[in-house]
Every structure is written in structure tokens, then in C-alpha cells.
Design a protein around this ligand. Structure first.
Ligand code: PLP
Length: 424
């Protein structure tokens, strides 16, 4: 059973320094750090604390538990230059979904686009395919016959990777209604590759994002083997397996941890895909991004609701904070995220780590809105909170996955300040 030593990351100090990250001792609590930063911060804008040492630790853990699988970071999850740089420096590659993402990865890689970029969007614009080819990218995923004809026309020398459908019922964000060839159709797709003289190289899948059952990976890996065998019957010797994303970035109750998933698949991969014949890659996104970011906001407006009807079950207080559904909280819509608890800091008190700065008193039904003029811009409704004040800080740890990535500047608000730290 592998173990990972995640204690000392000082060897990566140069990388942290590239982003001007400040060193924070391990003993300092997140709350105390946020308090200090908010006291210093002159702008009224929300900001992120980005702990780069967490990205390094995730990579060390990945290498320990899935040493055979090269992670290709799914940039779409959070195109943070710092996360990308760490992944690149520690030997990972990039899963790109578009010309723009390929451009960003290529800039960082300065060569090796053939080996360290996979264009993993099964349905592609021809201009993006031509761009990828021009940039020296070789690996590309495909899941339908028309796409194979597009490949023939725009990128005939590509290394074609057929993305197969998975049972994604074990995942929060499901993709199988949109992507993935049915296993029963793979025989035909492989024969089209043969007719078009395409370079069929491998098989990929994605179990869905936020996977809560490691069996989904086991089943998908087994199906991939079936398709390897189909391809072999057509005379193709496949050399690449891509096990996609879906690995959790934090451990949540009732869901398998990354380590549990890795333990469930590590030996199976070796059993079904001989080490000397098949290269294995993955496309983790949230695994790297989730825990690295903490969003820090504050209450800039408040309204006490005078209920007309005493039976009314609406909130007693409405709070307005400086990031919302059109910004980082777009994850409520697009990533099925839910805000189950709210952490706050009373900024009017002197800070006492461990004990202080908790608002006390009775809890009242409260609603938290984002800063825009839209009532849909609601972060959480009817949550029980003590009475909070203007200037109080609300913070949201583990907020790096599918948050900043799709944030807009609607109404002129957008959280752009990143404060990099590292801990040892
Ligand atoms: N690969 C592909 C093709 C995806 O569509 C996604 C997410 O949408 C990912 C990888 C990353 O998934 P995750 O963040 O769950 O690891």
C-alpha cells in the first residue's frame, strides 16, 4: 500500500516565489490569516487566498497513489496560471477543450505539445482543430462518426482517442447525455477509422465530475478494455488509455476519497493494460483546484425584514456580499454546488484565534445575496445565522473548482484579486 510524504514542500519554494506567495506557518489558522489579510486589504473587493502548497501536495499524493497515470490537468476547472505552472513543473500535462486553452498550455510548455497536451473535447470547431495541429498537438478525443470525417479533413495525422460513454449515475455532474460513444457503436467507429486510414491510438472516458462511487471507474476501465479488444480485431494496437477526470479535490462524507479511488483502480489498470504496452493518462480538474482556493467576501449591505404576516417563513435578515452567482458562485448553477454552512468573522472585534470573532446570540433565518441587481443572484436562502453586521467577513474554503473559471463581470463585479500563500 503506497504512502505519500506530504509534510515538506520547501523544495518547491522557488515555484511559490514565482507567484510572490507569502509563507504562512502551518500553525496559523485560516480564519486568523483571513482576518489579518482583511485588516490590510484596502480594496472593498472580494478576493481569493490561493494556497500553492496544496497544489504541490495534491501532485505528490497523485504520484504516490497512481504512479503509472500521468495527470493532464483539465484547465477548464480553473485556468489559474499558478496551478498550471505547478502541474507543468511537476511533470503533468494539460487537458484542453479549445484553441484558447491549447494556446495557454503551449505558452507554458514551450515545446512537448505533442506529449503533454490532449485536446479532450469530442466535438470540435474545425478552426480549433487546425490550430491544434499547427501547435504540434497530437492527441485528440472523438466520439462520433462525423467527427472522424472532420479529423480526416482537418487533422489527418492526429492520434485519435475514442471517448466511450460511462455510467455516470454515480456523479454529481453528468456528461453521458452529451458525450461518449456507446460500446455497441465502437465496432463501427473503429471500422471507420480503418477506412479513413486514421491513426487510432487509444480510448478515453469520463465518469462525470464529482464522482461518489469508485465502482464507476472500475466499470469504465473494464469497458475500455473491451474496446481495446474490438480495435485489436480490426488490426489496431492501441497504446493509450485516458481515465478522464472526476477525482475529488477534498474528502467528503459518504463519498470515496481520491485514495480510495486510486486503491480501487491501481492494480486493475496493470492487470488489464500491460505496463510495457499502454501509456495511461487522466484529466483531473477539481482534484488540483478545489482545496487550493478560499474565497473571502464581506457584507456591504444588510436589510432587516419586517414581516407583514407572522406566519411568513421568509428570512429575518437579507445580507448582500461582494461576490455572487454571476461571479464565483456560478458553481451553484453549473457545478451543482450548495452552500450548506457559512463561516464568518466579526471584524469589529480584536482577533482572538481559536475562540474569538464568532457572532453569538440567537440564530435567525437569513438570506445571502450577491452584489448585482438581479434577485436570482442569491447565494443561500433561509439559512440560520446569528445577526451579522456590515463589514463582517464571510469566507468559503475549498472554492477553487468551477468557480473563477466561469465568473463573469456582470454589473461590473468580478473577483480578480489572488493572494498567493504557501505553508510548510
Ligand atoms: N475532462 C473532461 C473532458 C471534462 O469535461 C472535465 C470536466 O468537465 C474534466 C476532464 C475535469 O473533470 P473533474 O474536474 O471532475 O476532474
Amino acid at each position: 500500500v503506497p504512502t505519500a510524504n506530504l509534510d515538506d514542500v520547501s523544495e518547491y519554494q522557488d515555484l511559490f516565489e514565482e507567484f510572490g506567495a507569502s509563507f504562512v506557518p502551518k500553525e496559523k489558522s485560516l480564519k486568523s490569516l483571513i482576518h489579518d489579510m482583511c485588516v490590510e486589504e484596502e480594496s472593498e473587493d472580494a478576493f481569493y487566498i490561493v494556497d500553492l502548497s496544496k497544489v504541490v501536495r495534491q501532485m505528490l499524493q497523485w504520484k504516490a497513489y497512481l504512479p503509472r497515470v500521468t495527470p493532464f490537468y483539465a484547465i477548464k476547472c480553473n485556468p489559474s496560471p499558478a496551478i498550471m505552472r505547478i502541474v507543468e513543473a511537476m511533470g503533468g500535462g494539460f487537458d484542453c477543450a479549445s484553441k484558447q486553452e491549447i494556446g495557454a498550455a503551449a505558452l507554458l510548455l514551450k515545446g512537448e505539445n505533442d506529449k503533454r497536451i490532449i485536446y479532450a473535447n469530442p466535438c470540435k470547431l474545425p478552426s480549433h482543430m487546425r490550430y491544434a495541429r499547427g501547435a504540434g498537438v497530437e492527441m485528440v478525443t472523438v466520439d462520433n462518426e462525423d467527427e472522424l470525417h472532420k479529423i480526416k479533413k482537418h487533422w489527418p495525422d492526429a492520434k485519435v482517442i475514442i471517448r466511450i460513454v460511462t455510467d455516470d449515475s454515480h456523479s454529481v455532474c453528468r456528461f453521458s447525455s452529451k458525450f461518449g460513444a456507446q460500446i455497441k457503436d465502437c465496432n463501427h467507429l473503429v471500422s471507420v477509422c480503418r477506412e479513413l486510414d486514421l491513426n487510432l491510438t487509444g480510448i478515453s472516458f469520463h465518469v462525470g465530475s464529482g464522482c461518489f462511487n469508485e465502482i464507476a471507474f472500475v466499470q469504465a476501465i473494464t469497458c475500455a478494455r473491451e474496446v481495446f479488444d474490438i480495435a485489436e480485431r480490426h488490426g489496431f494496437k492501441l497504446s493509450l488509455l485516458d481515465i478522464g477526470g472526476g477525482f475529488p479535490g477534498i474528502t467528503e462524507e459518504g463519498k470515496p476519497s481520491f485514495i480510495q479511488i486510486a486503491n480501487a483502480i491501481r492494480d486493475l489498470l496493470d492487470e488489464l493494460f500491460p505496463v510495457d504496452q499502454v501509456q495511461i493518462i487522466a484529466e483531473p480538474g477539481r482534484y488540483y483546484a478545489c482545496a487550493s482556493h478560499t474565497l473571502v467576501t464581506h457584507i456591504f449591505a444588510r436589510r432587516k425584514v419586517h414581516k407583514i404576516n407572522p406566519e411568513d417563513d421568509g428570512s429575518d435578515y437579507l445580507y448582500y456580499i461582494n461576490d455572487g452567482v454571476y461571479q464565483s458562485f456560478n458553481c451553484l448553477l453549473f457545478d451543482h454546488a450548495e452552500i450548506k454552512s457559512v463561516r464568518s468573522i466579526d471584524m469589529s472585534e480584536d482577533f482572538e484565534d481559536g475562540t474569538g470573532n464568532e457572532q453569538t446570540g440567537p440564530k435567525l433565518k437569513s438570506t445571502i445575496f450577491g452584489p448585482t441587481c438581479d434577485s436570482m443572484d442569491c447565494i443561500v436562502k433561509g439559512i440560520d445565522l446569528p445577526v451579522l453586521d456590515l463589514g463582517d467577513v464571510l469566507y468559503f474554503p475549498d472554492f477553487g473548482a468551477y468557480t473563477v473559471a466561469a465568473s463573469s463581470a456582470f454589473n461590473g463585479f468580478k473577483t480578480v484579486i489572488m493572494k498567493y500563500i504557501w505553508k510548510n
